[in-house]
Design a protein around this ligand. Structure first.
Ligand SMILES: [Zn+2]
Length: 212
């Protein structure tokens, strides 16, 4: 635990000092260009994989980078309210739904009720990807590497599914149709450091390389 206290001290004395002017500017407000919806997984570090600084990414993180379909409700909806704020108030220009390899949330879709009995809220949350699991089970080929293939297929199809859920938000749909907002789906490979971008036209994920 003392490590994270040491980290706080080091941040103030080194990184903060290095970006002092930026922090002075950020003290009075934020103007992030991107809403980043990622998994809560400790191995996914959005600012690191995008090489962005404080003030650039407005982040929503939850188990398996889910986007609950839009609905009006009196419940406490964390993800929905963060998305609403990013689009309506911060007026972000990009939304990234970022999934990743070896996602425990996606793997848990295949666990039994008994295995999830001590995490009832997680079990409920995973219902948001029920149709992802159904799609994968209906479309997977039967081959020797079925398990690995199922894992990646679930993680990637989940990204596409959550991108579609974004369009159930009236304001996102309007801005997307008016080309005022970009929606991206990314797949981050933890073991290689590679990030793949979803190409809607070809229904495939392509490795992100140097931008021209
Ligand atoms: Zn995950």
């Amino acid at each position: 635990m003392s490590d994270i206290f040491d980290g706080v001290f080091k941040f103030k004395n080194e990184d903060y000092e290095k970006h002092k002017n930026l922090f002075a500017k950020l003290e009075v407000g934020q103007n992030p260009h991107t809403l980043f919806i990622g998994c809560s997984d400790s191995r996914v570090v959005p600012s690191l994989i995008t090489q962005t600084l404080p003030g650039e990414l407005f982040m929503v993180r939850n188990i398996a980078n889910m986007v609950p379909p839009y609905r009006e409700t009196q419940e406490y909806v964390s993800t929905t309210s963060a998305i609403e704020f990013a689009i309506e108030v911060l007026d972000v220009k990009n939304v990234v739904v970022c999934g990743h390899s070896n996602c425990g949330g996606c793997a848990a879709l295949y666990k039994s009720e008994e295995e999830l009995k001590n995490v009832p809220h997680v079990r409920k949350w995973l219902e948001l990807a029920k149709s992802v699991k159904e799609y994968v089970l209906n479309n997977i080929d039967n081959n020797a590497e079925k398990h690995i293939k199922r894992e990646m297929m679930t993680e990637q199809f989940n990204i596409v599914h959550q991108m579609k859920n974004l369009l159930t938000y009236p304001l996102i749909k309007e801005k997307y149709l008016n080309k005022e907002i970009n929606i991206y789906g990314w797949y981050y490979m933890i073991g290689t450091g590679e990030v793949y971008n979803y190409d809607k036209a070809n229904d495939s994920f392509n490795l992100i390389t140097k931008q021209k």
